[in-house]
Design a protein around this ligand. Structure first.
Ligand SMILES: [Cu+2]
Length: 245
């Protein structure tokens, strides 16, 4: 078998294994990005992930491909000198590999800052929910813009019920140690820090139950510190809010 033939066989074998994995929708969806974003804040995070992963994958394939090609094409062969021709400096190359990475990083940073307001800034008409983190549960009190629910707590203490398509601003407090409230489908992580009020927001674009988990190790019960957000339709919300005691 000639070397070229062996190489072709290798490339075909690798492609046969890798291509189906890469092309399977299940493999492409959410492998390295937040799961099923369900609102503008989580969509913005997802977009940033995809931009960074897409850019770095292209660079990886170009650089890795070039490396593999060069290693094979210019490998040592009997009768060929071991040392390749020596050359000194190439201003064009050196400027190129300095400026291109800088431009890529500036581009990614610019894109991130462009998306950041969607992640960070709660709309001013948001419904406010106060979140209290303590060992080992999160509990909630409805605040401003929550209609009949204002001043009340959810009927199941640990399940936050909110209406769909409504911006919800969370004001997060911690009673004892640091915790972190995070429902990946809805938005960014937010630390709960004793003595401070931190905020985040989300707007769920469809009804359903969303799960999260305390994301700051907070003690022996940390693993049980689950988060459940139930998003209901506007009319179900009015019924629910009106029925709270
Ligand atoms: Cu915790």
């Amino acid at each position: 078998m000639t070397v070229a033939h062996r190489l072709r066989t290798l490339v075909a074998a690798v492609t046969a294994v890798v291509a189906p994995l890469m092309l399977a929708p299940a493999a492409l969806a959410d492998t390295a990005t937040p799961e099923n974003p369900a609102g503008p804040a989580s969509h913005a995070i997802d977009d940033i992930y995809r931009a960074v992963i897409g850019t770095t994958m292209v660079i990886f394939i170009l650089v890795g491909g070039w490396l593999v090609y060069s290693a094979i094409r210019f490998r040592a062969r009997p009768g060929r000198p071991i040392d390749p021709p020596q050359m000194h400096g190439s201003s064009r190359l050196e400027w190129g590999w300095t400026i291109v990475p800088v431009l890529i990083l500036v581009g990614l940073a610019g894109y991130t800052f462009h998306k950041l307001p969607d992640v960070k800034n709660a709309p001013s008409d948001s419904m406010v929910v106060s979140v209290l983190a303590q060992q080992f549960q999160f509990s909630y009190t409805y605040g401003g813009n929550s209609g009949a629910a204002q001043g009340k707590t959810p009927s199941t203490a640990t399940t936050l019920v909110v209406p769909e398509n409504t911006p919800v601003k969370l004001e997060v407090h911690a009673k004892d140690v640091a915790h972190d409230w995070w429902v990946p489908a809805l938005g960014p992580k937010v630390d709960a820090i004793p003595g401070q009020t931190t905020t985040t927001w989300f707007r769920a674009d469809h009804t359903g139950t969303f799960h999260g988990q305390c994301s700051e190790f907070c003690g022996v019960g940390h693993a049980t510190m689950a988060i459940t957000v139930k998003v209901v339709s506007a009319s179900d919300w009015r019924t629910y809010a009106g029925g709270l005691k």
